[in-house]
Structures are given as structure tokens and as C-alpha cells.
Design a protein around this ligand. Structure first.
Ligand code: SF4
Length: 318
């Protein structure tokens, strides 16, 4: 499979003054193949959203490289870069309440990108927005209504239509279901899955809910304190996690079947995620890892292939 996105030693630090930095993304390398869905999981504060936004140029890069179809993307986007790349690379945001402009009608929100990119005239953009409303399960006569008139699930459908009307190739879905009622989460995931198939999309799907990530993704990437801990085929990572952090993350995810082996192994993650300002030396998970060894506090483990597995793991046990 051809890579659509390739990330090479990417760093994103935020300067917080006093010579200190938040290490939100700390030397991350991975690839996403065309038409693949990579699910990205990890606790809050692990840097998942920052990674997604940095891939799309919504944050400047601190160091490293992101390639899109082998083209090196700029470290810092100017307006022309943003215009150029945002046609092909879009984001669906977490919060369907705050990501839609309350003063614009739904029709204006969905068609705005087409007009900004001068892809068609106003009448054509209106027609296309109306057809997209229907494509995401709403009605064309909702065009003149405002976001507050819709439920959370409906607003997320509007956010999906706004992102996909430009017919992008790559979409970062930043926790698109976590602000929604459980009853509508599966509907939104199913809609994304259908659109991914019909449009041939490539997705980075960021989520807390590992079961949902398992359902939609081809591979799963596990992030902890700005770094990737494990990356592999989704069922391998979910059912046979190798990294101790993935093991506790998977073990702490609610398992619907109480008799399953995974439910019996359920466990809680001990302690708090350390500050991304003072990242521990060596393995950043060592302070919480039940299997930590002396070498773990001295040397940073690199993400590497593990024999007998298709997964990449950053851990001195392997
Ligand atoms: Fe645990 Fe050491 Fe592996 Fe880190 S490198 S996860 S501390 S065993």
C-alpha cells in the first residue's frame, strides 16, 4: 500500500515561558497508508489532538517532517499553504457545540469552504451543501436553520458535512464522538465508516473509547506523554497488547462481556500521567510501569519491530 501521510521524527513543543516547554509531541514517526484508518488512543494529555493538528498545519512544527504523498509539508503554514493543503486534509472536531459558528446558518457553514476555495459559485455551493445534508442523514430543508436548533449528534453530522464537502483525501477525526450521548456514538461512527468507504478516505481517528477504535480502525497507535508506545494491526494491539502501557489501557477499557479473558484481566492504571513539561528520563512510563527495570530509567526505548508480531513497540522488554 502507498503511504498517504508519513511522519518522520516530529516534535511539537509549546513555549510556556521561563525556558520551559510542554513536550506535546516528542519524536514521533509513523505512516498512514492510502485508505487506511489508524486509530490513535491514549489518556487525556497524551498529545493526541496536538499530533493531529500538527499534521494538518494547524500548529507549526517544532522539528521533524510530515510528508503528504511524498511532498514535504512546510514547517509553518502561511495563508496560501493553508488554502492549498486544507482542500486535501481536513479535520472533524471533538465538540460539535463550539466548532460551529452560532451566527451562521447550516447552509452557510457547510458551503463556506467551497466558496473560500472558489470551487463553485454561490448557487452551486448551496445545492451541493443541501445534497451533503442529506448524505449525512439530515434534510435539505435544514439549510436555513442555526446550529442551536440541532442535537449534539446532528451537529456532529453537520461538522462531518462541512469537512467532507471539499472531498478531502485525509481527515483527522479528533474525538468526534466523545461529546455525544452513547446512544448516538455508534451512529456517527457508522456514518464515518460508510463515508470512508464511499469516498476512499484515509483517517486518523482519535478517541478514548478503545472498543470504538477497534471497530473502525485498521491499525491502532497508542500514545503516552507525547510519544508512541505501540503501533500495530488493531486486533493484535487490542487482544494481544505487548507494551505494558497498552496492557493497562486495554485492561481498564470497559469490556461488555464479563466472561471474556480481557475482562478477567481488567486492571487500573496506577498514578497520574507525569507533566509534559518535565518528561522523565529514559522510558516515560517507568514511574507507573509494573515491569520497570533499571535500564528503563536510563535509556529511552525506541519504537521497533518485535519478532513474531506485526506490531512496533517502544519497550526494553522486547
Ligand atoms: Fe515498562 Fe521498562 Fe517497558 Fe518502559 S521500557 S514500559 S518501564 S518495561
Amino acid at each position: 500500500m502507498t503511504d498517504l501521510v508519513r511522519v518522520d521524527s516530529l516534535y511539537k513543543y509549546f513555549d510556556i515561558g521561563g525556558g520551559q516547554n510542554v513536550h506535546a509531541v516528542d519524536n514521533i514517526s509513523f505512516n498512514i497508508a492510502e485508505r487506511e484508518i489508524v486509530g490513535l488512543v491514549g489518556e487525556s494529555g497524551s498529545g493526541k489532538s496536538t499530533l493531529g493538528k500538527t499534521l494538518l498545519g494547524l500548529h507549526d512544527k517544532t522539528d521533524g517532517a510530515v510528508y503528504y504523498r511524498d511532498e514535504l509539508l512546510p514547517m509553518r503554514y502561511n495563508t496560501a499553504d493553508y488554502r492549498r493543503y486544507s482542500r486535501k486534509m481536513q479535520m472533524i472536531f471533538q465538540d460539535p457545540y463550539s466548532s460551529l459558528n452560532p451566527r451562521m446558518t447550516v447552509g452557510e457553514i457547510i458551503s463556506e469552504g467551497l466558496l473560500l476555495h472558489r470551487m463553485m459559485n454561490a448557487a452551486q455551493a448551496r445545492d451541493k451543501a443541501a445534497s451533503w445534508l442529506e448524505r449525512v442523514g439530515l434534510h435539505a430543508d435544514h439549510m436555513s436553520r442555526y446550529p442551536h436548533e440541532f442535537s449534539g449528534g446532528q451537529r456532529q453530522r453537520i461538522g462531518i458535512a462541512r469537512a467532507l464537502i471539499l472531498e478531502p483525501e485525509f481527515v483527522v477525526c479528533d474525538e468526534p464522538i466523545s461529546a455525544l450521548d452513547v446512544s448516538v456514538q455508534a451512529q456517527v461512527v457508522n456514518l464515518l465508516s460508510e463515508l470512508k468507504e464511499s469516498m476512499g478516505l484515509t483517517l486518523l481517528f482519535i478517541a478514548h473509547d478503545l472498543s470504538m477504535v477497534r471497530y473502525i480502525s485498521d491499525r491502532m497507535a497508542v500514545m503516552y506523554l507525547g510519544a508512541l508506545m505501540e503501533l500495530g494491526p488493531v486486533d493484535d494491539v487490542y487482544f494481544k497488547p505487548l507494551h505494558p502501557y497498552t496492557q493497562v489501557l486495554v485492561g481498564s477499557n470497559p469490556e461488555p462481556d464479563p466472561d471474556s479473558e480481557r475482562a478477567r484481566k481488567s486492571t487500573e492504571i496506577i498514578g497520574e500521567i507525569p507533566s509534559p513539561v518535565n518528561v522523565p528520563q529514559g522510558c516515560r512510563f517507568a514511574g507507573r510501569c509494573p515491569k520497570a527495570m533499571d535500564v528503563c530509567r536510563a535509556q529511552t526505548p525506541q519504537l521497533k519491530a518485535v519478532g513474531g508480531s506485526q506490531s512496533l513497540v517502544a519497550c526494553h522488554l522486547y
